[in-house]
Ligand binder design. Structure first.
Ligand code: PLO
Length: 511
């Protein structure tokens, strides 16, 4: 133990010297670094970040003292926090390539076998290749295709049947929503789905929660990697969960490899396998260069799966939580549905244009509770600038989406939930009233699943709200709207009653 402590101390000292050396100074000629929070060797600005507030709110409130663009030291890392849309767009769009890097952290490395995925991997030829591959596979099976609309509708119908079976009893909808969304991604990636109570699905619920609770949330081990040498409950949980996930992914890969004939491509995993085989057969060095190894393939599928499930499920939960708080919004959505779709048929994707109030409600929830309030940090790949400020190479750049979405200069009463702000005067058209709105990020790292997510949110909600009304449970407790910070902004558990609407009871159609 003493040897361990001495080792840690030595390491800390080395880190201290290193961090002090790396700290950009204002004194070099004309360079104009962003204003910085005070920092000390080793611990960086930690003393100024100790707060009861979660990071997105703390970084938002620090603007009062330091302005909208400021910097701080996370241990030995120089971090720039961006809080307004002009600077955010300069980073993501105008200088997208310069800021396309990603930091390596202990937890994200564990999740992605040292960044062999897409979301957390640094900018490189291999990253570009994988992203392109996934993009084309997604457009082949997902996004605008009729196939995906069918899959989502099938899951929406199954979700409605489950809700009916609860017969007005309060329920925690989270696992049901997650199963519906998982089944869409599962159909897309593996051409399979889960029934209620499937043990494989139960294990997925367990591991995914463990990962979301522990990965990439700027925990202390991510700031001070040397802390790994001490026992750490979160890190052990993450390791256990990643192992369960990896076994599952490995099993899927094995099944696919055995069944794959090289011709018929049934799902995204087949598409990736085909790309792997064709680069290998090409006798070129591409597969070595771009790294289409089994690890890459597994981690890429892991990303699509994880991102596809956790984000969409979370948004659905937020929307239901808000509808419970604002029953008048729910009523308006249902009036619009009754008028434009009616009760004689199911909603279809082409109804999107004629249901602007529902679309506006989805947009407003994505504004007020962004899925990923700090996005994933970016890294400057070379010396650059943001606005009038000099940004040194290797600086980490955090886009505080929360600040953009709650900017008082851009949004009237940003704390108020008001879908109408996304509609024009006639209430017909959905548009963002401010450029300070980037729920899916922007630029070369923009969310790959945006189109799929939008389709799912629209179809699931229109199907459910056509026939059910959400009500608070008997005790009348309303869900918490603050959420818990993490790699996604999580909704705290709540129960809800899904009551079959009277109009629907009278005029049942077969599903
Ligand atoms: C969610 C839990 C899964 O078990 C693993 C996983 C993979 C990809 C991650 C996702 C998690 C969270 C949301 C992320 C996504 C990649 C892109 C997406 C971070 C951790 C966002 C919002 O940027």
């Amino acid at each position: 133990m003493i040897a361990l402590l001495a080792g840690a101390l030595l390491l800390a000292l080395a880190v201290a010297l290193f961090s002090f050396w790396k700290l950009p100074r204002r004194s070099h000629g004309k360079v104009n670094y962003p204003r910085s929070l005070p920092s000390l060797p080793v611990i960086g600005s930690l003393l100024h970040l100790g707060s009861h507030l979660p990071p997105h709110l703390l970084f938002c409130s620090l603007q009062k003292k330091y302005g909208s663009l400021y910097s701080l030291m996370m241990g030995s890392h120089y971090v720039v926090i961006v809080n307004n849309h002009e600077h955010a767009k300069e980073v993501l769009l105008k200088k997208g390539k310069t800021f396309a890097g990603r930091p390596r952290t202990v937890t994200s490395d564990l999740l992605t076998r040292d960044a062999k995925d897409i979301a957390f991997a640094n900018y490189s030829p291999s990253w570009k290749f994988h992203r392109k591959l996934v993009h084309s596979a997604l457009s082949m099976f997902g996004e605008g295709t009729i196939a995906i609309e069918k899959i989502i509708s099938r899951e929406a119908a199954s979700l409605c049947r489950t809700l009916s079976s609860f017969q007005d009893n309060p329920l925690d909808m989270a696992p049901e929503l997650m199963r519906a969304v998982t089944n869409v991604v599962c159909s897309l990636c593996f051409n399979t789905r889960y029934s209620r109570g499937d043990p494989e699905f139960e294990s997925m619920l367990y591991y995914s929660k463990g990962i979301v609770d522990t990965v990439a949330k700027d925990s202390l081990v991510d700031i001070f990697p040397w802390l790994q040498i001490f026992p750490n409950k979160d890190l052990s949980l993450l390791k256990r969960c990643v192992e369960v996930r990896d076994n599952l992914l490995q099993k899927k890969l094995k099944e696919h490899k055995e069944a794959f004939c090289g011709e018929t491509v049934n799902d995204l995993m087949d598409a990736l396998l085909k790309a792997k085989l064709s680069t290998e057969n090409n006798n070129s060095n591409i597969s070595k260069e771009v790294g289409l190894s089994d690890d890459h393939l597994l981690m890429t599928v892991g990303d699509i799966f994880g991102a596809g499930v956790e984000t969409t499920t979370t948004v659905l939960k937020w929307i239901i939580a808000y509808l419970l708080h604002y029953p008048e919004v729910q009523r308006k959505i249902q009036e619009e549905l009754d008028m434009k779709v009616g009760l004689g048929r199911h909603p279809v994707i082409s109804d999107r244009r004629s249901l602007p109030y529902l679309e506006a409600t989805i947009s407003e929830v994505l504004r007020i509770r962004p899925v990923s309030p700090l996005l994933i940090p970016h890294v400057a790949l070379r010396d650059s600038s943001i606005g009038e400020y000099t940004i040194p190479k290797e600086a980490r750049v955090v886009i505080n989406l929360w600040s953009l979405h709650h900017d008082e200069k851009e949004w009237a009463d940003p704390e108020v939930f008001n879908p109408d702000r996304f509609l024009d005067e006639d209430g017909n058209h959905v548009h963002s009233p401010s450029p300070s709105y980037l729920p899916f990020g922007a630029g070369i790292r923009v969310c790959l699943g945006k189109a799929l997510a939008e389709m799912e949110l629209f179809l699931f909600l229109s199907w459910i709200l056509q026939r059910f009304s959400f009500e608070t449970t008997e005790e009348g407790a309303l869900p918490d709207l603050e959420g818990e910070f993490g790699v996604v902004l999580q909704v705290k558990k709540f129960k809800v009653t899904a009551r079959l609407r009277e109009v629907w009871e009278q005029m049942e159609i077969s599903t």
